[in-house]
Ligand binder design. Sequence first.
Ligand SMILES: *Cc1c(COP(=O)(O)O)cnc(C)c1O
Length: 386
Amino acid sequence: MNDIMRIIPYGKQEIDSKDIAAVVDALQSDFLTQGPRIAEFEKAFAQYVGARYAVAVSNGTAALHLSALALNVDEHSNVITTPITFAASANCIRYCGGKVTFADIDPATATLDPAKVRALLEAAPKGTYTGIIPVDYAGLPVNLEAFRQLADEFGLWIIEDACHAPGGYFIDSKGEKQLCGNGKFAELAIFSFHPVKHIACGEGGMITTNDAALYERLLLLRTHGITKDAQKMHENHGGWYYEMQELGFNYRLTDFQAALGITQLEKADKGLARRREIARYYSEKFAGTKVDTSVADHGEGHAYHLYVIKTKNRKQLYDKLREQHIYAQVHYIPVHTLPYYRGLGYAKGQYPLAEAFYEECLSLPMYPGLSQEEQDFVIKTVLQHA
Ligand SMILES: *Cc1c(COP(=O)(O)O)cnc(C)c1O
């Protein structure tokens, strides 16, 4: 039993009195569902990631679904993504009836390998594939410039799944910082505000873009495909009149969740700095041991949603940590091996690098509120059993 006597999860939200006051304030206002805090949250978030537009939605999965719809994904679409991600990155294509194709990872980073994507694209007739969904796995931003080059060459769009990486960035070929979700290389980027992610809304999500037409389409799709904008309507019977112009959804975020999002966003940089500090400390303490930190040790732009180690002893380590109330986690079971995807024809053995990574990966506790004492206890226990 750990002497701290409480569960140390792999990820956890950080709610302070300012967050609580903001939510109470919203609850006492005239708006529960979409109100003025939505626009405020969207504006602040767009600014945070350096994008022109942001659309707040009910969760990250809804953000993916709406993104796929806005890019006209249908049964003729074939979209490439990584097997090392949460299933939602692929599911959004299935929601629209499209086909998902996986490409293997770069084992050095565990993110989608642009060279593997290129090989796929070159092996098929032009027009076979319609889009790419790279994932900033664990918070490590992919090189979107490389994916953009492929997308332009083969006529594809890009949705950046940046759920793990608000505040993360990569350095482009000109030496410039490119923030995740800034819309410079991808048509759309999506984020999640699930409590284990950097910013907690309970449930929540965001789509960012620099494209005005996609932005307008997303606003429409978020609310049933309904517009009340007189300039967009075909008729107008009076003040009550609205038009449902296409089949949309109710993917709205509530105003009290947006209130939480706003105060959470205000301390996002502080949390990010703390995550990077925790990562540095892990890497320092594991250097020269059996614990392989190579996937986690990548540059200054890493946003560290997860701190992922590799070990040959993964199951035993997981169980031993659990006995000590340290709830490490595995991210991810390769999506193509999940029973639903196997039912679509995917099989074990198709993406050997992703599958090998899955055998060894383990996400250690990583969240701003993790204390020094707790982290030392995690490190000591890992070193005992790795
Ligand atoms: C969390 C997550 C999602 C889904 O977000 P929800 O808000 O839980 O719907 C999608 N992709 C990745 C990579 C995620 O980590």
